[in-house]
Ligand binder design. Structure first.
Ligand SMILES: NC(=O)c1ccc[n+]([C@@H]2O[C@H](COP(=O)([O-])OP(=O)(O)OC[C@H]3O[C@@H](n4cnc5c(N)ncnc54)[C@H](OP(=O)(O)O)[C@@H]3O)[C@@H](O)[C@H]2O)c1
Length: 249
């Protein structure tokens, strides 16, 4: 039976991922920090593991991952806006601990949810597909949530540049602003423009499409609201080897 381990399993996108994976006969294990979320996760068909990503050491996480022996690890955790210290300990340091632990536990497949427009704005060029509006929107976005973007940048850069020894088969899914509306079953994926929000349910389906499609390994794929069927959008980005992070970190 395929088995998934989801960091931040009680999150809003993670719950959609869980529901979809359970419907595809995956065993889903969810790392959560608040035991009161266990009944909810059980009702979705997942098993919960109560372990704070912030407090756990790499070795604690290795033990957890070895016990589950997942075919895929998914990062869907996040500290949320408003607390830059927790953004650092969850979105950056927590994510990096999870990469180390996954590698040490012998896991190969790792899918992480990052964010659209995560890049090194000081030392790298503006993405070549950005319009003038994208540049303005990027300025606004970074003005509001810079600590979050820097934490994601540090984590994603670590994932990509330290993979020589880790050997993970990673994919980075980079959604735009998330909304709770029901999914449409469609998105735009690849080199997209900024400014169109995307439903968490559609991002979850994109994450599952990525897991299903081996050609996505090693890629970073942007995902926003759009009109292409999700599997098709991910497949096309994968076949074109679209990598929205390469050259921008
Ligand atoms: N919000 C956006 O517009 C946006 C845009 C682009 C990308 N993203 C990224 O997309 C992903 C999913 O976002 P979302 O809004 O669906 O997530 P969410 O609902 O905010 O869920 C995040 C989950 O992470 C968990 N978490 C936080 N700290 C933890 C810790 N120390 N140990 C264990 N779990 C911990 C939270 O647990 P608690 O319930 O206990 O707090 C929460 O369940 C995240 O990686 C996020 O950074 C978000």
């Amino acid at each position: 039976m395929p088995t998934a381990l989801v960091f931040g399993g009680s999150g809003k996108t993670a719950r959609h991922i869980t529901r979809i994976l359970v419907s595809k006969s995956y065993a889903v294990h969810s790392i959560i920090r608040n035991p009161s979320q266990t009944p909810d996760l059980e009702s979705l068909g997942a098993k919960s593991i109560v372990q704070s990503i912030e407090e756990a050491s790499v070795q604690d996480l290795v033990k957890t991952i070895r016990a589950v022996s997942p075919s895929v690890v998914i990062w869907a955790a996040g500290a949320g806006a408003g607390n830059p210290e927790r953004t650092k300990t969850v979105d950056e340091e927590g994510a990096i601990k999870s990469f180390d632990a996954a590698a040490e536990a012998g896991v190969k497949r790792y899918v992480t949810i990052s964010a659209l427009d995560v890049r090194d704005r000081e030392n790298r060029p503006t993405p070549d597909w950005y319009s003038e509006d994208d540049v303005k929107m990027s300025d606004r976005l970074w003005g509001v949530i810079k600590p979050f973007m820097l934490a994601k940048l540090a984590a994603d850069r670590n994932l990509v540049t330290e993979n020589g020894w880790r050997g993970l088969e990673y994919t980075i899914v980079r959604p735009g602003g998330l909304k709770n509306e029901p999914g449409k079953g469609t998105v735009s994926a690849g080199k997209v423009h900024l400014g169109t929000m995307v439903s968490r349910e559609d991002v979850a389906a994109a994450v599952v499409a990525v897991i299903d499609q081996d050609e996505t390994k090693g890629l970073a794929i942007d995902v926003v609201g759009g009109d292409t069927a999700i599997d098709e959008a991910i497949k096309t980005a994968a076949q074109r080897k679209v990598n929205c992070f390469d050259g921008y970190h």
